[in-house]
Design a protein around this ligand. Structure first.
Ligand SMILES: [Zn+2]
Length: 278
């Protein structure tokens, strides 16, 4: 028995450990279903008429990351109100199958257990359920925070009143560049501006899976990677293209698993809830 324990300890010493893992607590990540966007036409997803007339289903993904005893949400999805009744707006039909809080409850987590909410950007389909976690610290790109505070979108301002209202209930952290969330390189917000001024993607280095890069809305679906589809609803075209270049180069250098959050064809790149990626 002692001999076996010695062998296991020796094997552990010999196993290659990524540099970041030195003092990093156990990390795991779940993909959570934050709704569905049915499009009768993808025209608005290219300013160069790449997808005119093409119908498409987009999924709305949120993620839960456990870092030791701390819990972080990445993006907060569509409004939970769409769980009762789908919302039809222009070419979109928006629906929610199951709320974030309901999925977290299945994992034994209450809203107060969420310590941090990182938001890729200020659009409605990424902040819709944040209000159910009013004690969590909100981390968002500085330019998006400024736009929200300036009242760029009244609905988003209402969704994020816990951080942007007259009497905030929790800490708001604005990030201007990359942000190493836990200080150990395991979870890093990557500044990828362009879609919005403060848009961010997320790098998560998992002990077994390896690096995973979540796009935010740098890309909405895989075709945009190949043909550089820049949506009509976009803040700065040159910044978006530069961010795509940086993100792609980083993904190749790290040999990362890239997950386009809205592309249902990428759902099988991570385990299916309630299973976690480790
Ligand atoms: Zn989106």
């Amino acid at each position: 028995m002692v001999r076996l324990a010695g062998l296991i300890a020796a094997a552990a010493l010999l196993a290659p450990m990524p540099a970041f893992a030195k003092d990093t607590p156990e990390i795991e990540m779940w993909r959570l279903d934050c709704g569905t966007l049915e499009l009768s036409d993808s025209e608005s997803f290219s300013d160069a008429h790449l997808y005119d007339g093409v119908p498409r289903t987009l999924t709305d993904s949120c993620y839960l990351i456990r870092h030791g005893d701390r819990h972080m949400l990445w993006d907060a999805g569509l409004s939970a109100e769409y769980a009762a009744k789908p919302f039809i707006w222009s070419v979109y039909t928006l629906s929610v199958n199951r709320t974030l809080a309901d999925q977290l409850a299945e994992l034994g987590l209450a809203p107060a257990d969420i310590d941090l909410i990182g938001v890729s950007h200020m659009h409605f389909d990424h902040v819709g359920q944040a209000k159910y976690f009013p004690t969590a610290e909100l981390i968002i790109g500085e330019a998006d925070a400024d736009a929200i505070a300036a009242g760029a979108d009244k609905d988003v301002l209402a969704d994020l009143a816990a951080w942007f209202g007259a009497e905030p209930t929790a800490k708001l952290t604005r990030v201007a560049k990359d942000k190493d969330i836990f200080g150990d390189g395991s979870v890093v917000m990557i500044a990828t501006p362009g879609h919005t001024g403060g848009h961010s993607s997320l790098l998560v280095r998992l002990p077994e899976t390896g690096p995973v890069m979540l796009t935010g809305d740098l890309y909405h679906f895989a075709e945009q990677v190949e043909n550089r589809g820049v949506p009509q609803f976009n803040t700065d075209r040159a910044d978006t293209l530069a961010s795509m270049d940086r993100f792609d180069r980083m993904a190749r250098a790290l040999d990362a698993t890239v997950v386009i959050q809205h592309d249902p064809r990428h759902l099988d790149r991570l385990p299916t809830f309630p299973e976690a990626a480790r």
